[in-house]
Design a protein around this ligand. Structure first.
Ligand SMILES: NC(=O)C1=CN([C@@H]2O[C@H](COP(=O)(O)OP(=O)(O)OC[C@H]3O[C@@H](n4cnc5c(N)ncnc54)[C@H](O)[C@@H]3O)[C@@H](O)[C@H]2O)[C@@H](O)CC1
Ligand SMILES: Nc1ncnc2c1ncn2[C@@H]1O[C@H](COP(=O)(O)OP(=O)(O)O)[C@@H](O)[C@H]1O
Ligand SMILES: [K+]
Length: 509
């Protein structure tokens, strides 16, 4: 289960942004680089000592500052009484003065396999944010020895060989059990394959200045809960938001039921399901709390009267009749509109739909739908989802929730929000429908589209974590647990029980 500090603000940075933040902190605050390194390495030493308290620690040392962190960590653990050995991968060691006179045995890269074989735990201090391209030969040799050793590896800042901006691994890459990352999680740790290679991700605070500007940020529990509008004690159904859901062509009633359930479980005052007559008996039996409207005879303006938000698309169909109805819906009101699934395919076919509507808009594509909207391939979308989400937001002048691992929320002029709540048990058809309903309810409570999208992702992901059914999780389970996710702010802190942990994310399995 993901664990966070109480902070509302945890940036997610590219390697370049990290370096810029580094140097601006040093320039503005006068803190010496050595102090940042000392703080980072001591935090990592605490994690290593807490998780792996017994046996020898072999520390792989690169020639840059990531190697400097490794030397400080090695010296710190030695001073704490641990048995430590270093493996030198670069042609030179970082400044020996970092060892403060502690004598740590050092072996060359060729001795890595033996050194790792004789250790209980390995620390990867080869490459961090300064790496470019695939690890060169001596580094690759050490990385292979690490991965072959069957010992747990703790990576400093990131697993060496992973591009900390893109998550790509162009050559040999460390498979870490744990990554201790400094100051903020790096974007490349949250994107696959980097996410898979990083193992458990522990982000530690190391003394940076507050982060300004529009960098990407994590969707944290504290942030999501603080956004939720309070429920007035004298609430009535009219004030809690009426959500209109256009979903489910004939024979596809499930999408409509799931979206409606998501909306009501997330606290909507009323859900109106607009779906063909053929689905009526099913949706009314499955969700008697919702109102039913026959899509084939509905007037698009009339059906949106009194609505606070509209969700359109899940399994609604992509034929000409569906496009005509979507067009009428889009033009028929000015309350926030969420377009998902088939509505996105229709929008890709008729992008002019955007110009014909005048209302706050949120698109929630998966990479396939995003590819159709941007006329690019799924591969291009997933290679740089941050860029794809931003391009969609720009192109359609709206908020965009791009689904994936991780799912992202972008809007022009705002920092992208990154969701890390949830797990692969959500990869089941129907979870997108529940999510659409949840976001619809949040929109109906007056939240901004990008905020509603980000909060919807967090609360659905958190519900999936709380439901605890692993890969057997059903979308209805997620909906059932949603009220608990919405009610309870998780207690800050991680099982490491150390101060200064910003994020503690379990390994992706
Ligand atoms: N500067 C600071 O204030 C802080 C930096 N920190 C650490 O410093 C790291 C960044 O340090 P650097 O900028 O020195 O960069 P790195 O240590 O990540 O890497 C640069 C070194 O690796 C070599 N190198 C680059 N690509 C390579 C490749 N493909 N194969 C083999 N060698 C390669 C370079 O020639 C250089 O010697 C961070 O990841 C973090 O671990 C931390 O100490 C926290 C504070
Ligand atoms: N491995 C995963 N980890 C976290 N969230 C996931 C994972 N797989 C899917 N999800 C989430 O589940 C939802 C599935 O949505 P979608 O692909 O539209 O499904 P469908 O339309 O079939 O219901 C999205 O919010 C997605 O981000
Ligand atoms: K590293």
């Amino acid at each position: 289960m993901s664990r966070f500090s109480g902070s509302t603000d945890v940036p997610v940075l590219t390697a370049d942004e990290m370096r810029a933040w580094d140097s601006s902190t040093i320039r503005r605050t006068g803190i010496p680089e050595r102090v940042l390194m000392e703080t980072a390495a001591r935090a990592a030493a605490s994690v290593v000592d807490r998780l792996y308290p017994h046996g020898r620690v072999a520390v792989a040392v690169g020639s840059g500052n990531n190697g400097g962190d490794a030397l400080v960590l090695a010296r710190t653990l030695a001073a704490w009484g641990r048995d430590v050995i270093a493996v030198q991968a670069g042609s030179r060691m970082p400044d020996e003065a970092l060892l403060h006179g502690w004598r740590i045995p050092v072996v060359p890269a060729e001795g890595a396999a033996e050194a790792f074989g004789g250790a209980a735990t390995i620390v990867d201090g080869l490459l961090g944010t300064g790496a470019t391209g695939a690890p060169r030969e001596a580094y690759a040799l050490v990385i292979r020895a690490m991965n072959d050793s069957a010992r747990p590896v703790v990576a400093l800042d990131g697993p060496s060989g992973v591009d900390l901006t893109t998550g790509a691994a162009p050559g040999e890459a460390v498979r870490a059990a744990v990554t201790v990352t400094f100051g903020a999680p790096k974007r490349g740790l949250l994107l696959f394959p980097g996410r898979g290679l990083a193992g458990r991700i522990v982000a530690v605070e190391v003394g940076f200045a507050p982060r300004e500007g529009d960098a990407a940020r994590l969707i944290t529990p504290a942030w999501a809960h603080q956004l939720l509008p309070a429920v007035p004690p004298d609430a009535h159904k009219g004030r809690m938001g009426r959500v209109v859901i256009v979903a489910g062509r004939a024979g596809m009633a499930g999408a409509c039921v799931l979206a409606g359930t998501g909306a009501l479980r997330a606290g909507a005052g009323m859900a109106v399901l607009v779906t063909p007559e053929a689905n009526r008996v099913i949706v009314q039996s499955a969700l008697p709390e919702a109102l039913y409207t026959d899509r084939d005879t509905a007037d698009a303006m009339e059906v949106q009267r009194g609505a606070a938000a509209v969700v359109a698309g899940p399994a609604m169909g992509t034929d000409d009749d569906s496009l005509a109805f979507l067009d009428a819906i889009a033009r028929g009101s000015d309350v926030p509109l969420l377009l998902d699934a088939d509505a996105l395919t229709l929008l890709a076919r008729d992008p002019g739909l955007r110009e014909r509507m005048d209302r706050p808009l949120l698109l929630t594509p998966h990479p396939g739908e995003a590819g159709r909207l941007l006329s690019s391939s799924i591969k291009e979308i997933t290679a740089d989802p941050f860029a794809a989400a931003a391009a969609l937001a720009e192109r359609f002048r709206c908020a965009v929730l791009l689904k994936g691992t991780p799912s992202l929320v972008a809007e022009t002029g705002r920092g992208t929000r990154v969701n890390v709540a949830g797990h692969a048990g959500l990869a089941t058809g129907g979870n997108g429908d529940v999510l659409g309903g949840v976001i619809g309810a949040l929109l109906a409570r007056g939240m901004e589209p990008a905020d509603a999208a980000a909060a919807g992702l967090y609360f659905s992901g958190r519900a999936a974590e709380l439901a605890g059914r692993g890969r057997g999780l059903l979308p209805t389970d997620v909906a059932d647990v949603l009220p608990d996710a919405l009610l309870k702010v998780p207690v800050p802190g991680s099982s490491l029980n150390l101060p200064g942990i910003l994020l503690d994310l379990p390994a992706a399995v």
